[in-house]
Structure formats: structure tokens, C-alpha cells
Design a protein around this ligand. Structure first.
Ligand SMILES: Nc1ncnc2c1ncn2[C@@H]1O[C@H](COP(=O)(O)OP(=O)(O)OP(=O)(O)O)[C@@H](O)[C@H]1O
Length: 379
């Protein structure tokens, strides 16, 4: 049997709930409701200067409400928002040093690219020469120099998105808010634009706060990510921290793939219902309901029969290029266990294999749901 030899991810030891840079935006105790619907519950967040920050969560978790509160399109029920130490809640939206890029891009269809980009500056009453220079710079920054005279209908989706970006950065806000900025683009263009957005943020030196429900997008672009669920911040961390050290079951399921083993905490690990006691380090009360979270690259597929191994039967292998995913049915578990192996793995469908979990890398989280039998697996 082949052994999986992935290098371990480093675990962050710095406090990830505080930005590495000087703070720019501080939200304290922010709550908001729409009629009887609680959209935000007591949110505390600090976002750093020149940081690429993502708000990530499933539909309805409150991401847009949070963004709109920062922009000034919603007035929070309680709590404070300060930018550079100055209160924003009492500052009207148009006076905040904040710009928002909408999902729809909201371009003027009858105006050329350069007129679209110039619009906001002209509305501010800037001189013609200044407008021309700044518009030219912004259009170059987003790589649309050759398209300045075209109208939005003569551009691709990715190019339209760049116009919206140019229009957002041309006013040089301290903070740029982007609501699902890539959702209108197809998969390939999206991947390119993720890199582009990151480059642009670095180049213009502004703080970006991006809202997305796509965890890959958030993880690939952002310096830090706040994972929201039902109006609360579940975890605020770096992408590596979220992946390697999820603090709740929700985060473990939402970020990346994992096999989740529900059970009861023991002194040295987790007693997985109907399966085995699996060793793991944790500080949760013995006897409490917990979930052991194991990433696919932290499971080694080996010959069966060794001590401390789970055993199962390979039900599928998926070749992914440099690696493969082996899906193993383990008796007593409803969902198969996914393992990442080297592409040269000899594991084949129908093989009985042993699974060695890297106990030093698995994570135990408190499970607030009733203990289920058979375990679950995230996508
Ligand atoms: N204008 C409104 N009136 C009433 N309820 C609203 C309003 N806007 C949002 N909500 C509710 O507030 C909650 C948070 O909505 P919000 O739009 O902030 O979530 P979201 O995470 O951005 O979702 P999505 O990803 O689907 O856009 C949801 O339950 C939503 O139904």
C-alpha cells in the first residue's frame, strides 16, 4: 500500500482574531434586525489597514447586512462602527471614506468605460485635468487601457467587472466593500479574477472587505476570514487557521473537506459511537458530546491489520493530477472516509485497507447537536 507523504500545514500561533496590521475598522457589539428577523447578533470585528478581509458564510447569515451597515445603507440597531477612530454610524453614507462595489456592477450602459469611471469624480466637482489623469490611471490599473472608449455591452463579464473595480478605486476610498464581486463570472474567469483582485488590492494599498459564500474564493484571496452563521461570527482566523484549527463543527464542515467522527470525549481522545476510541488531543470535558475532525490528507492509507488502524473497503478512487482521493467505506459509518493519497497509490476499488489517522493533526470540537451514530462527512 502507498503511504501519503503530504507535508504538514503549519499551525498559526499568532492571535488571528487581531489583524497583523494597524487597525482601520472596528465594529463593536453590532446588532441589527429586520422586523422580527435578527440578522446580526453582537458582532465584534477589527479589520486592519491594507488588509484583504473576507466575510464568508451561507445564504442568509448576515454578510450583506454587515457590509451595508459599514457602507451606511443600513443603520444598525445597536453597536458602533469606527474607521480610523472616527464614528461612522452618525456619518451619512456619502460622506464615509468607503466605497461599495455591487454584485450587479451597476454600470451606466449608455456611457463609455472612461465616462463610467469618471462619473463619481465629476460628481465631486474635481477639475477636468485631475479627473482625466485619475481615470486614466484607474483604467490602466485594472488592465482596460485598450477598452476605454467601449460601452459596457461591448465588454465581456470579466471586463465589466474591471470597470466596476476601476470606478470603485478611482475615488481612493480608505475602505472598499465588495459584495460577491465575482459571482457574475464563469468559473475560469473567476479563478483569474481572484488573483487579479488580490494583486489589485496589494497595488492600490486599500483595505478590501469582500463578501462571499464561496469558501475557496475567500480562502484563496483573503488575509483573514470571518466565518458567519446565523448573524454571529463563528470564527475569525487566517485561511490556514480556519482549515487546520476549526473551532466549531460548523466551521469544520463549511471549510474544506473532512471526515467528521461524532462521539464522546475520553481522557485521551474520542470514543466514536459504534467504531473505536480514536486518540486525539483536546481539553473538552470527558463524557461530553464531541466531533473529531480529520482532513483527507491527515489519513494514511496502509495495509490492514495494524494496531490502531480503522479498516474499510475502497469504494472509489478519484485521480486529481498530483494526488488522488480514495473513498473508503468503514463499517459502522454511514458516510465514506475521504483520504488524499499520492497519485501513484496502488489502492483500487474493492481493496480492504487500513486507515491511520494522524492524531497530532486531527481536531476535536464540541458537538452541540445530539450524538449521532455513524458520523457525517462534509462535502
Ligand atoms: N430588507 C430585509 N427585510 C427583511 N429581512 C431581511 C432584509 N434583508 C435581509 N433580511 C434577512 O436578514 C437575514 C440576513 O440577510 P443578508 O442578506 O444579510 O444575508 P446574506 O448572508 O448576505 O445572504 P445571501 O448570501 O443570500 O445574500 C436573512 O434572514 C434575510 O432574510
Amino acid at each position: 500500500m502507498t503511504m501519503d507523504t503530504h507535508a504538514p500545514l503549519s499551525r498559526p500561533d499568532a492571535r488571528a482574531d487581531a489583524p497583523a496590521r494597524p487597525e482601520l475598522l472596528v465594529l463593536s457589539g453590532l446588532s441589527h434586525s429586520y422586523g422580527g428577523v435578527r440578522a446580526l447578533h453582537d458582532i465584534d470585528l477589527t479589520i486592519g489597514d491594507n488588509e484583504f478581509f473576507a466575510l464568508l458564510g451561507p445564504s442568509g447569515c448576515g454578510k450583506t447586512t454587515l457590509l451595508r451597515s459599514i457602507a451606511g445603507f443600513e443603520t444598525p440597531e445597536s453597536g458602533t462602527i469606527a474607521l480610523d477612530g472616527v464614528d461612522l454610524v452618525s456619518t451619512p453614507a456619502h460622506k464615509r471614506p468607503v466605497n461599495m462595489m455591487f454584485q450587479s456592477y451597476a454600470l451606466f450602459p449608455h456611457l463609455s468605460v472612461e465616462r463610467n469611471v469618471a462619473y463619481g469624480l465629476e460628481a465631486e466637482g474635481l477639475g477636468k485635468a485631475e479627473v482625466k489623469r485619475r481615470v486614466g490611471e484607474a483604467i490602466e490599473t485594472v488592465g482596460l487601457g485598450a477598452f476605454a472608449r467601449r460601452r459596457p455591452s461591448q465588454l465581456s463579464g470579466g471586463q465589466r467587472q474591471r470597470v466596476a473595480l476601476a470606478r470603485a478605486i478611482v475615488k481612493r476610498p480608505r475602505l472598499l466593500l465588495l459584495d460577491e464581486p465575482l459571482s457574475a463570472l464563469d468559473r475560469k474567469v473567476r479563478a483569474d479574477m481572484q488573483l487579479e483582485l488580490k494583486r489589485l488590492q496589494h497595488e492600490v494599498g486599500m483595505t478590501f472587505v469582500v463578501v462571499t459564500h464561496d469558501q475557496e474564493e475567500a480562502m484563496s484571496m483573503a488575509d483573514r476570514v470571518a466565518v458567519l452563521d446565523a448573524g454571529r461570527v463563528e470564527q475569525l482566523d487566517t485561511p490556514v487557521g480556519l482549515y487546520s484549527n476549526p473551532r466549531t463543527r460548523f466551521v469544520a464542515e463549511f471549510i474544506g473537506s473532512s471526515s467528521l467522527f461524532d462521539g464522546t470525549a475520553t481522557a485521551g481522545g474520542v470514543d466514536v459511537a459504534g467504531l473505536a476510541e480514536l486518540p486525539a488531543a483536546h481539553t473538552l470535558p470527558v463524557g461530553s458530546a464531541v466531533t473529531l475532525v480529520v482532513r483527507p490528507e491527515d489519513i494514511e492509507v496502509v495495509a490492514p491489520g495494524g494496531a490502531g488502524l480503522l479498516e474499510g473497503v475502497v469504494i472509489d478512487t478519484y485521480f486529481l493530477g498530483g494526488s488522488s482521493t480514495v473513498s473508503v467505506a468503514v463499517p459502522g459509518r454511514e458516510k465514506p472516509v475521504g483520504c488524499t493519497v499520492h497519485a501513484t497509490s496502488t489502492a483500487r476499488r474493492g481493496d480492504t485497507v487500513g486507515l491511520r489517522i494522524d492524531h497530532a493533526r486531527s481536531v476535536v470540537v464540541a458537538d452541540t447537536r445530539p450524538v449521532s451514530h455513524g458520523g457525517t462527512e462534509s462535502a
